[in-house]
Design a protein around this ligand. Sequence first.
Ligand SMILES: [Zn+2]
Ligand SMILES: [Zn+2]
Length: 376
Amino acid sequence: MNSKKTNAAVAYTGEDDFRYETVTIEPPRADEILVNIKGVGICHTDLSFKSGAIPYPFPAVFGHEGSGVVEAIGDAVTKVKTGDHVVITFRSCGACELCSVGDTAYCQNFWPLNIIGCREDGTSSLSNDVGSVASNFFGQSSFAAHTITYEHNIVKIDPNLPIELFGPLGCSVQTGAGAVMRSLRARKGSSILIAGGGSVGLSAVMGAAIQQCATIIVLEPFEGRRELAKELGATHCIDPTSEDDLVSTIKEIVPNGVNNALDTTALPEIMEACFDSLGANAILGLVGIAPPGTPMPGNLDDLFMGGKGIKSIVEGDSNPDEFIPELVAHYQAGKLPIERLIKTYKLSEINQAIADQKSGACLKAVLIPDSEEPSV
Ligand SMILES: [Zn+2]
Ligand SMILES: [Zn+2]
């Protein structure tokens, strides 16, 4: 098999917009899998890296919530075959101390496998007319019609499912739902406070409903998102921007404090309110990425006296080979209606999709590669 041309949304240094253009993708090496992307979600992490806030090589193809159909496999690949439908999640090594006990989201090799913009040997599977294009973002770079990925990235799913919608299971949905179902292990009948009604927060709401939490309080400024949160299982929704004393409002609902809280906003005042709303022996989970130097929420004496804790959560503590099939089963049972969160765009419309996601016009944009083949 030879290199082939495909279409991708390429980010260039200092440019606000992605350029939709033709790139060359190498054939899969022995341990690699070529996937024909059918859909890819846009996640905040893609945009954080594109902004240059975190050092990364450019030009680059981002995208880490891909899903699609296996088009070719390397000689050493046994997990999937050509034609299989796959969700592509983050990459883990499968062999380190944490991977070996199933804590793959905390893989000790996470950074080099996900964040360096190339293979571990320094090569990239992508190039354009000018030269190399950074690839391998989260082991995928799936803002493209084709991507090279790896066995630890992929989870096979039923080919009868709408594969193009399932990419977000690989990051935002498993992050939100997993935070509640796995990291916090919310109990049936318990109370939970969820800050932020974006795709992670609303996935957390669905996770809390699956766990049969009795009280699910959502903090979200957009009215449309508050309404959707209620339809997905929230029992109370609060606009934090219209509250003078947010903690008092929450404690009117749960006088002894909540059993769990999850912050998806990374806003210091919201994290503080979440911490101050905790009841005894409760945990605050943090999934947002706060700016460097942001202080920890709360006071240490509250931790001592209340049995309280703060836990940072990566990818919902997901072990994707176990958890993504579990999420798919909840989708099939009607308990995880991810399509309620999603609006689809063509891959070539990526800049509009990002604008709509930022303005609140769209909750979770999923890009569908344009059907036309590249012109060269
Ligand atoms: Zn590992
Ligand atoms: Zn993500």
